[in-house]
Design a protein around this ligand. Sequence first.
Ligand SMILES: [Zn+2]
Ligand SMILES: [Zn+2]
Length: 179
Amino acid sequence: MLDTRELGRRPGSQRQVTRTVPAPPDLGIEVLKVPEGSPVEIDLRLEAVMEGVLVTGMARAVLEGECARCLEPIEEDSEVTFQELFVYDDPAHQGDPDEDDEVSKLEDDLLDLEPLLRDAVVLALPFQPLCEDDCPGLCTECGARLAEDPDHSHEEPVDPRWAGLAALKQDDPSSTSQD
Ligand SMILES: [Zn+2]
Ligand SMILES: [Zn+2]
């Protein structure tokens, strides 16, 4: 929570905020997130406007997770930027009630940065976290990590359909020996 009272609700007044906060839980997604409690550096400009406070800023944190293909642990710097208008939560500043859900509000002139931070971090996440762009993943036969063993191979597996045919062939002599 950030206090915006210093701005005095005077349009045009500004405040710069730089601080490091512990990461809230679930900052990210299951396979890639900022571990809870690890430092998030935030750098913000709060600017009072007619309807509320405009927040422009960026956040920096380290994401941890695992490669979607080979499950190798990943550590990745993340830097996100965001901008959001928080409107004053009082009747004089109420807009269209239908839009209420989409509008961020100040509560008693306090600003909750967490949803904004969460959205920015999640939006910036890769669709699939990978240890390297062309991670070859794991061997489907034995689970070895192919990035460490690119020439990895196994004997051609016996196709079960051919195994069945081979068994039929073996039966053949007995079935034709009845003539
Ligand atoms: Zn990988
Ligand atoms: Zn293998």
